[in-house]
Every structure is written in C-alpha cells, then in structure tokens.
Write a protein that binds this ligand. Structure first.
Ligand SMILES: CC(C)(COP(=O)(O)OP(=O)(O)OC[C@H]1O[C@@H](n2cnc3c(N)ncnc32)[C@H](O)[C@@H]1OP(=O)(O)O)[C@@H](O)C(=O)NCCC(=O)NCCS
Length: 485
C-alpha cells in the first residue's frame, strides 16, 4: 500500500507476516477495501474457504460500524440526541416548517423560495391521481389484509404504469446520466411517488371499510388532503379538523427521514441494481413493516393494552429486566439518549388530546416512561424513548386502527427514501451495486452422493419441519386420496 495522501492515517501491523500497512483516514473513516491488500500465506490445515491469500475481510454483522455511502442529507448525534435535516435542527423545522417544505429541503438540499415551494406543491398534488385500474388491485386483497401488505404491493404495481420510468426498458443510465432530461424524469417520478403515497394509503384504509374510493381533493394541503381522502363520505364542504391536520403534518415531518435506517438502506440496496424507483420504494415499505422498525409504534400500543392499568407497570418492567418482555418504544441503534423527536411528539399528543380527549392508555404510558427512565437496567444500557413511544397514542386517539400505524410512518418516509435514492443516483463516480461479502463457515468441498447411498441427516432445524395442515376440513382429512408418504 502506498503512502497515504492525507496526513491522517491508521498504521496496521499484521502479526502473521510482520508487515506494516498505512491506511488513510478520511472524514474519520477508513476504507474497508484497503484491508484487501493485507494478505498472508495460508497456514497448514487452514480452510481454503478463508481465502487468506486474497486479503483480509472486514466483518460487521448488522452494519454496526459500517458507512456505505457519503451523504449530505441528515445528521444524527445519537449520544447528544441531535437530529438535523440538511443542517437544520429538527426542533426548528417542526415548529416553523411544514411537511412538504421539509420534503423539498430533504430532496433538493435547501429551503425553497415561495415560487419554488408553490411549484413543488403543485407538482406533488397534481400527481396524486391514480390510474383507475389500481382500484381493482386493492379490491383483490382479502378483507382483513394488513395495509402494509397493500402498500408494498401497490408501490411495486404502480411502477408498471410508467414504462418511461423503467431503466430495464429505457436503458440502465436513465437516472444516472445527470443531464437535465434525466433529472427531470427523475423528479417527475419523485412528484408521483410523494403525490400518490397518500392516495394509496387512503385506499388501503377505505377498502377494508367497504367504502368507495375518493379522488384527491383540490385546494387542500398534503396532510389535510390525506385526511379528506380517508374520511370523506357524502358531507358537503367537508374539511378535516385543522388541529388533527397540523398534528399529522408535524408527525409526517418528524418521520420524513432518519438517515440510513433499515428501510432506507433497503431502498438504496435495491436501487443500487438501478431498478426503477417504484420497485425500490416497495422494498423500503417491506423493510419498514417489520416490528423492529416501523412496526414499533403498533407494538407499543399492543404492549400498553397488555399491561392494562398503571398498577401493572412495575411487574411489566420487572419482566422486561428478566428478558421475558421487550419495552417497545425504548432503545435505538443510534440514539443513546432520548430521541429528540420524542419530546416534540409528546407535545403534539397534548394538542391532539385537547380535541380528541385523552387516551385511556396515557396514564399507563406515563408511568412506564417514568419508571424506565429511573431504573438502573435502562440507564446502564442507555435505553430511552424513541419516536414510537408516544406517536402510537396519538394515532390511537385520532382513531386509526393499530395496523395502520406503520402506514402513517411509511407515507412520509417515502420522502427520505427518495432523497437518498436521488442523491445516490447523482453521486460522483456513478452507482456501484451493493454486493457485500460473507464469511463462509460452511462445509468444505464434498462430492455428491447418490440417494440410495446417503446417510440421512435428521433432527430439529436439520430437515423440513412437520407441519399441521390447518386449512383442511375434517372431511378432507378423512378422505382417501393418493399420497406419496
Ligand atoms: C431499536 C432496537 C432494535 C435497537 O437494537 P440494538 O441497537 O441492536 O440494541 P441491542 O439489542 O444490542 O440492545 C442493547 C441492550 O439493551 C437491551 N435492550 C435494547 N432495547 C431494549 C428494549 N426495548 N427493551 C428491553 N431491553 C432492551 C438489549 O437486550 C441489550 O441488553 P444486553 O446488553 O444486556 O444484552 C432495540 O432497542 C429494540 O428492539 N427496541 C424496541 C423496538 C423499538 O422500539 N423499535 C423502534 C426503533 S425507532
């Protein structure tokens, strides 16, 4: 390895060979590929699959300390509880901006002028109408389908309507060229995805109620229009509650981005194959659906319901400490103090409760918060409330069903996913497909054994499980039929 270009460097001595390597430190990071140059001869008896002579691997299960991109979008200081979008503190944006303005900031890098904002708002709201065939997509789901399953499918399906937006059909450089035409095409998909996200979410909501779908209204703000699309039936001059519209708008703003969380990373991983943005956003939705990510606000309410009244809180906390339960809404991979968004959400909760009435689980939540914040177990592990601890209570007070909570997270997060996707498509040096390595610890080479000469391997996890066929009626179970086993 040659001399580092910067004065900051890391000196590594490989005790296997006695060789010393100097690895440049840039932006307080070292390049994992630099370690590929650190090679050693294979020891006698060492597994060939270790590939020791081909360079050292950097192992990081769960991306605990691996930076996969350079970004200008969001900064988090997890120790200090700081969150900034494009340099602006989240607290200032929450009190002075609005969701769509913040979306512009996240995607394009600067706060818009009045005319820039007006044009962005016009394009986003103009692109909220869906092809009428999408109605049959929603109607094809079973009556009790989870709305996130609908959202994931709907985003993927949406891409099929725009062949001009598909690099598989138009050429792989469709979004990476960086010329005005390519960027305009990219921005059009961004307007469509943000504009249609609320329409899809409202359809996922209405289809389960057996309600007809409504066209997005004109003359309403983004979140106001979303509330209208969910709730309007036959009323004349229907106008959603301004308190609820404002609260939802701030919640959307707070959920718009959070740098490289699991779903954003998924969008970038998928997008790195240069697939169309609709498919990439669909995978983000799938990732967000998981209980360790966007499903946490729903899990908080289920947890609070299971605890019931405040007198059961101490026993629940003890069960968490015995690792029998998880305190949902607490803990974060990045924040090691209170999530700054949780304070803002707590204030919004009070505003919402003024018009909706207090949620009956609030007392339980407040006591749980108080006990956990003063308990050595949580203090030692730096476990504090995250954004989901209070947001579920607000959504419940607003009357949203529990399984709709992740949708209320996914809709605004479309903005963050798109901001990162756009940045990656336009990054200097082009897009590299995200293809990590593994540490192979499986069998060495072995030869195929014909079926009659094999010794079978049996046991738990070592063969397919025997399963119950619950879908079969008693009559079908008793019927005679041809069966291999
Ligand atoms: C968010 C989360 C997945 C982060 O996980 P992580 O960074 O991998 O943290 P770890 O699982 O290593 O946790 C560190 C320690 O705290 C404990 N811990 C973390 N979150 C906990 C929680 N919510 N309740 C109880 N214990 C928790 C772990 O058991 C571990 O304890 P140990 O060191 O004694 O084994 C995790 O905190 C969690 O599951 N929280 C609840 C779900 C949630 O609210 N998710 C929304 C995030 S916005």
């Amino acid at each position: 390895m040659g001399a580092p270009a910067t004065t900051d460097s890391l000196t590594v001595r490989d005790e296997r060979t006695g060789k010393t390597y100097s690895i440049p430190i840039v932006n307080n990071s070292i390049s994992a590929t630099a370690f590929k140059a650190i090679k050693a001869p294979k020891k006698s008896g060492e597994r060939e699959e270790n590939e020791t002579e081909r360079g050292l691997r950097v192992s990081d299960k769960g991306f605990l300390n691996t930076a996969v991109i350079t970004s200008e979008i969001t900064y988090i200081d997890g120790e200090a509880g700081v969150l900034r979008y494009r340099g602006y503190p989240i607290e200032q944006l929450a009190t002075q901006s609005n969701f769509l303005e913040t979306a512009y900031l996240l995607i394009y890098g600067a706060l818009p002028s009045s005319s820039q904002f007006a044009s962005f708002e016009y394009e986003v709201t103009r692109h909220s109408i869906l092809h009428v065939d999408t109605e049959s997509l929603f109607r094809a789901f079973r009556y009790d389908a989870h709305p996130m399953a609908m959202m994931t499918s709907a985003f993927a399906a949406l891409g099929s309507y725009y062949s001009e937006a598909n690099p598989s059909l138009q050429g792989q450089t469709l979004y990476t060229k960086g010329d005005p035409q390519s960027i305009a095409n990219m921005d059009k998909q961004i307007f469509r995805l943000i504009g249609k996200a609320t329409t899809l979410a409202a359809m996922a909501y209405r289809v389960r109620q057996g309600r007809p779908f409504v066209q997005p209204p004109t003359g309403m703000g983004y979140t106001e229009s979303f509330l209208y699309q969910m709730d309007h039936l036959t009323e004349e001059n229907y106008k959603p509650s301004p308190v609820l519209a404002k609260a939802l708008d701030i919640l959307f703003l707070l959920h718009a981005d959070h740098e490289l969380n699991a779903s954003c990373t998924t969008v970038l991983q998928t997008g790195s194959s240069l697939v169309d943005p609709y498919s990439a956003i669909a995978t983000g939705c799938a990732s967000l659906y998981g209980p360790l990510h966007g499903g946490a606000n729903e899990a908080v309410i289920r947890m609070l319901i299971s605890i019931g009244s405040p007198e059961n809180v101490p026993a629940f906390v003890e069960a968490v400490k015995r690792r029998e339960k998880v305190l949902s809404g607490f803990g974060h991979r990045v924040y090691k103090t209170s999530d700054p968004r949780s304070f803002i959400v707590r204030q919004i909760a009070d505003e919402v409760f003024k018009v909706t009435g207090k949620d009956e689980l609030l007392e339980t939540a407040m006591l749980l918060h108080k006990i956990a914040m003063n308990d050595e177990y949580f203090i030692k592990r730096k476990l504090a409330p995250n954004v989901d601890f209070w947001s579920g209570l607000i959504y419940r007070a607003m009357g949203f069903p529990l399984d709709f909570f992740p949708v209320l997270f996914a809709v605004p997060r479309v903005v963050g996913w798109l901001a990162h996707w756009r940045q990656m498509m336009l990054q200097s040096g082009g897009v590299k497909i995200w293809r990590p390595r593994q540490i192979y610890v499986g069998s060495g080479k072995r030869d195929y054994v014909p079926i009659n000469s094999r010794e079978s391997v049996a046991g738990f996890k070592k063969e397919p499980s025997s399963i119950a066929h619950t879908g079969q009626s008693k009559r079908a179970q008793l019927a005679e039929h041809r069966c291999k086993l």
